[in-house]
Ligand binder design. Structure first.
Ligand SMILES: *[C@@H]1O[C@H](CO)[C@@H](O)[C@H](O)[C@H]1NC(C)=O
Ligand SMILES: *[C@@H]1O[C@H](CO)[C@@H](O)[C@H](O)[C@H]1NC(C)=O
Ligand SMILES: *[C@@H]1O[C@H](CO)[C@@H](O)[C@H](O)[C@H]1NC(C)=O
Ligand SMILES: *[C@@H]1O[C@H](CO)[C@@H](O)[C@H](O)[C@H]1NC(C)=O
Ligand SMILES: *[C@@H]1O[C@H](CO)[C@@H](O)[C@H](O)[C@H]1NC(C)=O
Ligand SMILES: *[C@@H]1O[C@H](CO)[C@@H](O)[C@H](O)[C@H]1NC(C)=O
Ligand SMILES: *[C@@H]1O[C@H](CO)[C@@H](O)[C@H](O)[C@H]1NC(C)=O
Ligand SMILES: *[C@@H]1O[C@H](CO)[C@@H](O)[C@H](O)[C@H]1NC(C)=O
Ligand SMILES: *[C@@H]1O[C@H](CO)[C@@H](O)[C@H](O)[C@H]1NC(C)=O
Ligand SMILES: *[C@@H]1O[C@H](CO)[C@@H](O)[C@H](O)[C@H]1NC(C)=O
Length: 878
C-alpha cells in the first residue's frame, strides 16, 4: 500500500517537473527587456549570454517563475551603465537589487513605476542622480526601499506616502533638499507610512520644520535617523506618541526650542542623539528611559545647570556624551559607577571642584574625558586603568599634576583589527588577502560596513567586534573565522565604520552566485549585527572575478579558464611556500617531552586516565602535556585516530593540539597551555571577573566550541565529557573546550558502535547515556548542567540534585531572580543585573530535557545565548 502511494507521488512530481521545464523558457517581453538593459551595461556576469535563455540557463542573478523574471539581483558586480525605461517591461519583478555598483547610475527612470509587484528596490551605493520620479508611488507592494548612498537631488516625492506596505525607507547619504512631505487633504505624505519601521534620511540637505503631523500613535517606527540635515524649529511633542522608537537621532541639524517632556514617554529608547543643534531650556528628566545605552546632548544652548541627578540612574548607559552644554559644579561620582558605563565624555563644560570617581567603578569604564573644564583637584580610584583626560583644567597647572598622564595627550588604544598573528609574516598577491581562518590567500568579498547609531563608542572593544565577526560568518553561512575586520574608525558623524572582508569556503574565489547571495543578504538586512551595533548599511567593493582585470565583454571561455588555472596554480605554489599552513600536530620524542617538562616535574592536573604537566617548547611557548597513565592507554589505532581527529579541529573555542608522542609504551598529547585554568577553578576561587555577563560569554564561547565539533567539521565529534573542569579560560577569559580523551567520532556511533564502557562524569552524564544511547545530545545534556553551574557555582552530583532543586525553586513571578535567589552563586547575587537570566535557565532546562530528542542542538544553543547577550541588556532584564 505504502509503496504504491509513494511511487505515485514520484510520478506526479516527475510530471510537474517536466511541465515546469516546458514553461521555463523566458517570456519574450522579459527577454527583450533584459536585452535592452544589457545593451547599456558593461561587466554583466559571463552567464548572461544572449544565445541562452535567461530563466532556463539560468543567468546569474536572474530568478523566474513560470517563465517570468521575478528577481534581478546584481549587487557588487561592478556593472557600469544606466537603468533605462525598459526595466518597466519586467512587470512580474519582485526584487530589483543593483546595489554597490559605483559606476552604475544616471537617473531613476519613470518606467520603474510599472513594476507593480516590486517588493524590494535596492539601488544603494551606486551613482544615481537627478530627482526621484513621482511614479515611485505606484509601487504599492514595496516593502523595502533603499536608495541611500547615491547622488539623488530634489525633494522627497510625496507619493512615497502611498507605499503603505513600506517597512524600510532609506534615503540617506544623498543630496535631497526641502521638507519631509506631510499629508494635506487628499495629498499623501510620509505620515501615512504607519507600517514603516525605519526612516533613514541622514546626511542629506533636508530642511524645514519637523511637522507635528509626521508623528502619531499609529506609527510603528523603531528608527528615526535624521541627523546631518538642515532641519530647524522645535522637536514636535508628538514624537512622544511613537512609543515603538528605539533610536532617535536628530543630531547635526538646526533644531531649536526646549526638548519636549513628551520624549520621556519613549521608554524603549536605546539611542538618543540630539547633539549639535540649538536646543534650549533644561533637559527634561530622562530617568524613565531606562533602556538608554547611548545619550549624546553635546553642543546645544541649554540653560546652565549642575549635572542632572537623573543621569546617575541610567543603569543601561554605555556612552554618555555631554560636551559643551554649560554644566557646572561637581561631577557626580555615581556617573562612574553605572553598571554598564564605558565612556564618559564631558569636555568643554564648567565643572569645578574635585573630580571624585567614587570607589566602586563600573567594571567596563575605559574612557573619561573632561578636558576644558575647571577641575581643581582629583581623587582617582587606583584600580582604574582606563584613560582619563583632564587637559586644560586648572589642576594641570599645579606641579603635583603637570607631569601627570591626565594632563597629557594619552595614547589611544588602537582600533580593533582581526588578528592574523597566527599566520606569521605573510603577504598576498594584489587584491588577495589572508583568510584568518586558514592563513591562505584568497579574493575576499569585501566592503565598508557603516553603523549609523552604535550604542558604544569604544572601537578597541575586542569582544564587541569578535561578536560581529562570528555573527557575520554564522549568519552568512561561511566557514568559522572567515571574516577579517580592519580599519575600524569613528567618523565625524560619530558613526562606526569598518572594512569587512569575507572569505570563500574553499578555493580562491566566490562564485558569481555566492557574491550575489552575500550582497543580497547584506543589502536587504537579512544579516543582523549584534544589537549594540544598531542599524547598518553595507557598500561592497566591486568583486574581483577571475579575469575581471580586462573588459569583461570579451568573455571568451578559453581565455577565462586558462587565466583561472594560472591563478589557482599560483595559489597552490604559494600555499606550499611562504604562507603558513593550518597547524599540523608535531611528533615529539619522549626525550624532548622530558626536557620540555623538566622530567615531568610540574604537574597541573590529574584525571582518571592521565596526568597533565606544564612544559615549555624550545621557542618558549607554554604547553600542557597530557600523559596517559599506565593501564589507561588506548590501542595504537585509537590513539592515532585521536591525533587525526584533533588535527582537523581548529577553532578559537577549542584547545588546540600542538603535538604528540607515542613511544616507549607512552602516549602523550601536547596541547596549547591555557593560562587561566579551569572554569571550575575560577568559580571556586570566586573570581570577581566572572560577573554575570562574563558567565554568559563563557557559556557562549564553550557552546560555540561544541557546536563546531558537532556540526561544523567533516567528521563530527561527540565530546562525551563536558564539565566545568574541561572548560578552560585563557588570559582574556575566553573559554576553550578541552580534553577529547573520551571523544569518539560521531560517525562511529552512527554505525551503532556504542562504546562498551560508560565514560563521562557523574552529575554531568545524560541519564539516557547510561542506558547505552549515545548521540551529540548527550553533550547537550552535560552542557545544560554546566549552564546551571554558572548560575549556582555548585558542583552537580550523581543524584542530579542541582537540576532538581533548580526546577523546584523556579518562580515565574519573581521578576528579579526567577525564584533562584537562594541557589545563586553569592558572587553574582548582588550585581545590578542578570540579563536574560530567565531565558538562560529555560535554555539550560531545555538542554537536559528527556527524551534527548527534545533538546536543542548546540547550534540552537549558540543562537539563543547570542540572543540573550546581543539584545539590549536592560530590555532583557529577565
Ligand atoms: C554563449 O552560449 C553559446 C551556446 O551555449 C556558446 O556557443 C557561446 O560560446 C557562448 N558565448 C559566450 C561568450 O560564452
Ligand atoms: C501585492 O501583493 C498582493 C499579495 O501579496 C497581491 O495580491 C497584489 O495583487 C499585489 N499588488 C499588485 C499591485 O500587484
Ligand atoms: C504641517 O503640515 C501641514 C500639512 O501640510 C501644514 O498645514 C502645516 O502648516 C504644517 N505645520 C508646520 C508647523 O509647518
Ligand atoms: C506632551 O506633554 C504635554 C505635557 O505633559 C501634554 O500637555 C501634551 O498633550 C503632550 N503632547 C502630546 C502630543 O501628547
Ligand atoms: C505619556 O503617554 C501617556 C499615554 O500613554 C499620556 O497620558 C501622557 O500625557 C504622556 N506624557 C507626556 C509627557 O507626553
Ligand atoms: C563651582 O561652581 C559653582 C557655580 O559656578 C559655584 O557656586 C561653586 O562655588 C564652585 N565650586 C567650587 C569648589 O569652586
Ligand atoms: C578619595 O576617594 C576615596 C573613595 O571614594 C575616599 O575613600 C577617599 O577619602 C578620597 N580621598 C580624598 C583625599 O578625598
Ligand atoms: C530580504 O529578502 C528575503 C527574501 O529573500 C525576505 O524574506 C526578507 O523579508 C527580506 N528582508 C527584508 C527586511 O525585507
Ligand atoms: C587570568 O584572569 C584574570 C582575571 O581574573 C586576569 O586578570 C589575568 O590576567 C588572567 N591571566 C593569568 C595568566 O592569570
Ligand atoms: C548531593 O548533594 C546533596 C546536597 O548537597 C547531598 O545531600 C547529597 O548527599 C549529595 N549526593 C552525593 C551522592 O554526593
Amino acid at each position: 500500500m505504502r509503496g504504491k502511494v509513494s511511487s505515485r507521488l514520484l510520478l506526479l512530481l516527475l510530471c510537474v517537473t517536466s511541465f515546469q521545464v516546458a514553461f521555463g523558457v523566458t517570456n519574450p517581453q522579459d527577454v527583450s527587456a533584459l536585452n535592452s538593459l544589457m545593451s547599456q551595461w558593461q561587466n554583466v556576469p559571463s552567464s548572461w549570454n544572449q544565445s541562452t535563455d535567461p530563466c532556463d540557463a539560468p543567468w546569474d542573478g536572474i530568478q523566474c517563475t513560470n517563465g517570468r523574471v521575478t528577481q534581478l539581483l546584481l549587487p557588487a558586480m561592478n556593472i557600469k551603465g544606466k537603468l533605462n525605461d525598459d526595466v518597466g517591461l519586467l512587470t512580474e519583478l519582485q526584487y530589483l537589487v543593483i546595489s554597490s555598483n559605483p559606476n552604475f547610475g544616471g537617473s531613476l527612470p519613470a518606467g520603474i513605476g510599472k513594476l507593480q509587484k516590486l517588493m524590494n528596490l535596492i539601488l544603494q551605493g551606486c551613482s544615481f542622480s537627478g530627482t526621484l520620479p513621482l511614479e515611485i508611488g505606484n509601487l504599492r507592494n514595496l516593502t523595502f526601499l533603499a536608495l541611500n548612498s547615491n547622488k539623488f537631488s530634489g525633494s522627497i516625492p510625496y507619493t512615497i506616502g502611498l507605499l503603505s506596505n513600506l517597512y524600510w525607507l532609506d534615503l540617506a547619504d544623498n543630496q535631497l533638499t526641502g521638507p519631509i512631505p506631510i499629508s494635506s487633504g487628499t495629498t499623501p505624505g510620509l505620515d501615512f507610512l504607519v507600517n514603516a519601521r525605519h526612516f533613514h534620511f541622514n546626511k542629506n540637505q533636508l530642511s524645514g520644520t519637523l511637522n507635528a503631523t509626521l508623528f502619531s500613535s499609529n506609527m510603528n517606527l523603531i528608527h528615526i535617523i535624521f541627523d546631518g540635515n538642515n532641519f530647524s524649529g522645535p522637536i514636535p511633542d508628538t514624537i512622544g506618541l511613537v512609543k515603538t522608537l528605539e533610536i532617535l537621532q536628530l543630531d547635526n541639524n538646526q533644531l531649536s526650542g526646549d526638548i519636549p517632556t513628551n520624549i520621556t514617554n519613549l521608554t524603549g529608547l536605546n539611542v538618543l542623539n540630539l547633539a549639535n543643534n540649538q536646543l534650549t531650556g533644561l533637559v527634561p528628566n530622562l530617568a524613565p528611559l531606562t533602556n538608554l545605552s547611548s545619550l549624546d546632548l553635546s553642543n546645544n544652548s541649554f540653560a546652565s545647570s549642575t549635572a542632572p541627578t537623573w543621569l546617575t540612574t541610567l543603569n543601561s548607559l554605555y556612552t554618555l556624551t555631554m560636551e559643551n552644554v554649560q554644566l557646572t559644579g561637581q561631577i557626580p561620582p555615581e556617573l562612574f559607577t553605572l553598571a554598564q558605563i564605558q565612556q564618559v565624555l564631558l569636555d568643554s563644560n564648567r565643572f569645578n571642584g574635585t573630580l571624585d570617581m567614587g570607589s566602586n567603578l563600573g567594571q567596563y569604564l575605559e574612557k573619561v574625558s573632561i578636558r576644558n573644564n575647571s577641575i581643581a583637584d582629583a581623587n582617582i580610584t587606583s584600580s582604574y586603568n582606563g584613560s582619563i583626560s583632564l587637559i586644560n583644567n586648572p589642576l594641570c597647572q599645579f606641579p603635583k599634576y603637570s607631569n601627570n598622564l591626565y594632563c597629557q595627550n594619552q595614547q589611544i588604544l588602537p582600533p580593533y583589527t582581526t588578528s592574523l598573528a597566527r599566520c606569521g609574516p605573510a603577504s598576498c598577491p594584489n587584491s588577495q588577502m589572508l583568510s584568518p581562518r586558514n592563513c591562505i590567500c584568497a579574493y575576499p568579498f569585501s566592503g565598508l560596513m557603516v553603523f549609523r547609531a552604535p550604542s558604544f563608542k569604544d572601537i578597541s572593544d575586542t569582544a564587541m567586534f569578535q561578536e560581529l565577526e562570528s555573527s557575520l560568518w554564522s549568519q552568512l553561512a561561511l566557514a568559522p573565522n572567515s571574516v577579517y575586520i580592519s580599519d575600524v574608525a569613528i567618523t565625524g558623524d560619530k558613526y562606526i565604520e569598518a572594512n569587512v572582508a569575507l572569505f570563500p569556503m574553499s578555493g580562491l574565489y566566490f562564485s558569481a552566485s555566492e557574491v550575489i547571495r552575500l550582497g543580497f543578504d547584506l543589502n536587504n538586512q537579512t544579516y543582523q549585527p549584534p544589537a549594540m551595533f544598531g542599524p547598518y548599511y553595507f557598500i561592497q567593493y566591486p568583486y574581483q572575478f577571475p579575469g575581471s582585470g580586462s573588459s569583461s565583454s570579451i568573455s571568451n571561455g578559453a581565455i577565462r579558464s586558462s587565466s583561472i588555472s594560472k591563478r589557482v596554480i599560483a595559489g597552490i605554489v604559494l600555499d606550499d611556500g611562504s604562507a603558513p599552513q593550518p597547524k599540523v600536530p608535531k611528533r615529539f620524542t619522549f626525550e624532548e617531552l622530558e626536557k620540555f617538562t623538566g622530567n615531568f616535574s610540574h604537574e597541573i592536573g590529574e584525571g582518571g586516565c592521565a596526568k597533565v604537566y606544564r612544559g615549555y617548547l624550545t621557542n618558549g611557548e607554554a604547553v600542557a602535556i597530557k600523559r596517559a597513565k599506565q593501564g589507561s592507554m588506548q590501542g595504537a589505532q585509537y590513539f592515532n585516530k585521536e591525533i587525526e581527529l584533533h588535527s582537523t579541529v581548529n577553532h578559537k573555542n577549542i584547545v588546540g593540539l600542538v603535538g604528540f608522542c607515542h613511544e616507549r609504551g607512552e602516549q602523550l598529547l601536547v596541547c596549547e597551555y591555557i593560562s587561566n585554568g579551569t572554569l571550575r577553578g575560577k568559580l571556586e576561587e570566586g573570581d570577581p571577573h566572572l560577573d554575570w555577563r562574563r558567565r554568559l560569554q563563557i557559556a557562549l564561547d564553550s557552546a560555540r566550541g561544541l557546536a563546531y565539533l558537532h556540526e561544523l567539521i567533516r567528521e563530527p565529534i561527540i565530546h562525551r565529557d563536558i564539565k566545568s573542569t574541561n572548560i578552560l579560560l585563557d588570559d582574556s577569559l575566553t573559554a576553550k573546550v578541552a580534553d577529547f580523551g573520551f571523544s569518539k567520532l560521531d560517525v562511529d556511533t552512527q554505525n551503532g558502535h556504542v562504546p562498551s564502557k560508560v565514560v563521562g562524569t557523574p552529575g554531568y552524564l545524560d541519564p539516557g547515556y547510561l542506558n547505552g544511547e549515545l548521540s551529540n545530545k548527550a553533550d547537550v545534556y552535560s552542557f545544560g548542567v554546566v549552564m546551571l553551574e554558572l548560575i549556582t557555582a555548585r558542583l552537580p552530583n550523581e543524584t542530579g540534585y542541582t537540576v532538581r532543586d533548580i526546577k523546584t525553586a523556579i518562580d515565574q513571578y519573581d521578576q528579579e531572580y526567577y525564584g533562584l535567589r537562594a541557589m545563586m552563586d553569592p558572587k553574582i547575587l548582588n550585581q545590578a543585573k542578570h540579563i536574560g537570566l530567565r531565558k538562560f535557565v529555560q535554555l539550560a532546562l531545555a538542554c537536559i530535557e528527556e527524551p534527548a530528542s527534545n533538546r536543542p542542538s548546540m547550534n540552537e544553543v549558540v543562537n539563543e545565548i547570542e540572543n540573550i547577550l546581543g539584545t539590549n541588556d536592560s530590555m532583557l532584564h529577565l
